[in-house]
Design a protein. Sequence first.
Length: 168
Amino acid sequence: MDALRRIVRGLSASARVLPGGSSVSGAQLFVLRQIDAKPGLSIGELAARTLAGQSTVSEVVTRLVDRRLVARRASATDARQSELTLTASGRRAIASVEATTQERLAGALAQLRADEREILATALESWVAAAYLADEAPAMFLEDKPGDAADTRRPRSATKTTRRTTGA
């Protein structure tokens, strides 16, 4: 159980302060680094790289776009797809920040053999089910949901929200 305590401690400490005093979560740093490593990713590609669901990644990206750390543009080859890139502010934000716990854990997970990953996943699912947490929606490590106390996004205008939710 010491290994689990170390993981939880590392994830809990993953919130950082960006240059200029603005805070960003470990999940947001992880996403910023993934976009930096491969500019032009779609939400689906980013979800695969971050080992998270598309809706979760989309929420994180929306926060980063709102904070002007990420730019979202229509793909030149498929207007239904968005391509993600870091803004100059996004590049500056991650320039001097060390690897996040999420990055180190994902890298270590990738180094495990497929059978080891399967055993780990099965054991964790069993543990979560035994703790009656199987119905909890998974999210990126330590990413707050919109409206939580730690949510530091700027409020969106009603026009942007309407356009995104209605497709107008």
